[in-house]
Design a binder for this molecule. Structure first.
Ligand SMILES: [Zn+2]
Ligand SMILES: [Zn+2]
Length: 373
């Protein structure tokens, strides 16, 4: 069987049996079986789901990482190998990432004797809910590893296109919940209460001014209020309104400035309206910051391998790979998957033609990186 035929078969099997974050039990069993059949050594880390393998010998060590989880989405792509699990779909292409890194592992295994070090292969669970990287790191998978590389498919780029950037790439993700407590009243006698709905409406407008008036326009920031919840009928002014939303930034100072301003504005509104406003922040993944040298290196290897390379735009989404990069240097890259529908869409359908070239790319990147650490 050719490498491409094998990889497509694996990808379709993974696609048919997607599993949610932290529940990747059958996926883990499949990966263990396929790696073992290829003669690739599995490392005995204490993980409920996810697999760590290793190829090569010697002191130098780098890592390749793929994510393996799927999303709670009902598939509508129409492909013959659609999800067999109702309500669960590989709608972010993690089945593609897993297959690419499996393919790289096969390539590296074939030239194991001449590898100038060791390549650790990480199949990470729970990327979508941002817990998997931390779990693997806690288990010790980064010990003695000098650099790490990973990918995401990019539906907006054609197959054969490659993009990355040094420095910040994916965003800091914060979620906030704001609870506005006024004083309930008859809708016809608002002066006897404190109108939490009017206050909340003005607060949303004021919060949007933070991004445009407190942050340098050359810095990236998005603040979105995504839920407003208050009241239950037409003739009563409710006592409480809850707002929820997200903040996306790339620089820590911008993140801190916006969070501080949101707090100050809320306090000002609370005092002006004689109401109470409580804000709770939930930290998501931190910004993904690529190492400048490894991003340049990954790009030059891509160019040598035949990719059309370009400088990636800043990405406002979050990516759990960021956590590895807080511990060791490395680079995360985008590889074109030419899907007419985007990531997390029920009709997402990446072009499988990206798999084999990407597998060959990562094998070569690993091998060359070992010579440059
Ligand atoms: Zn995703
Ligand atoms: Zn993803």
């Amino acid at each position: 069987m050719s490498l491409n035929t094998q990889l497509i078969a694996w990808r379709r099997e993974l696609h048919q049996y997607p599993e949610l974050s932290g529940q990747e039990v059958a996926t883990t069993a499949r990966l263990r079986r396929w790696l073992t059949e290829a003669g690739i050594a599995l490392l005995p880390y204490d993980l409920e789901t996810g697999v760590v393998a290793e190829i090569g010998q010697g002191a130098s060590q780098i890592a390749l990482r793929a994510d393996i989880d799927a999303l709670p989405i009902e598939e509508r792509s129409g492909v013959a190998f659609s999800s067999q699990t109702p309500g669960v779909m590989h709608a972010c292409g993690h089945d593609i990432h897993t297959t690419v890194i499996l393919g790289a592992a096969l390539q590296l295994k074939a030239r194991e004797a001449s590898l100038p070090g060791r390549v650790r292969i990480l199949f990470q669970p729970a990327e979508e809910n941002f817990g998997g990287a931390k779990r693997l790191i806690r288990a010790g998978v980064l010990e003695n590893v000098s650099a790490i590389f990973g990918m995401h498919n990019e539906p907006g780029l054609p197959v054969g296109a490659f993009a990355t950037r040094g420095g910040p790439f994916y965003a800091n993700v914060d979620r906030f919940v704001i609870r506005v407590t006024g004083k309930g009243a008859h809708a016809a006698r608002p002066h006897e209460g404190t109108d939490a709905i009017l206050l909340s409406s003005q607060l949303v407008t004021a919060l949007h001014g933070v991004a445009s008036r407190n942050v340098n326009t050359l810095d990236s920031v998005v603040l979105s209020v995504t839920r407003i919840d208050g009241g239950n009928t037409w003739n009563v002014l409710p006592e409480q309104v809850e707002l929820e939303g997200t903040l996306r930034t790339h620089r820590g100072e911008v993140q801190q400035t916006v969070k501080a301003r949101v707090g100050e504005i809320a306090a000002g509104f609370a005092s002006a309206f004689n109401a109470q406003i409580d804000i709770t922040w939930y930290a998501g993944p931190t910004a993904l910051v690529n190492d400048e040298r490894w991003a340049t290196f990954a790009t030059s290897v891509a160019r040598e391998t035949g990719y059309e390379t370009q400088h990636a735009e800043l990405h406002m989404g979050g990516e759990d790979f960021a956590v590895y990069l807080q511990h060791i240097p490395g680079a995360f890259v985008s590889i074109g998957s030419a899907s007419p529908f985007g990531l997390h869409h029920p009709a997402f359908n990446p072009d499988e033609a990206l798999i084999e070239p990407a597998a060959r790319y990562f094998a070569r990147l690993a091998e060359e990186a070992l010579q440059h650490i």
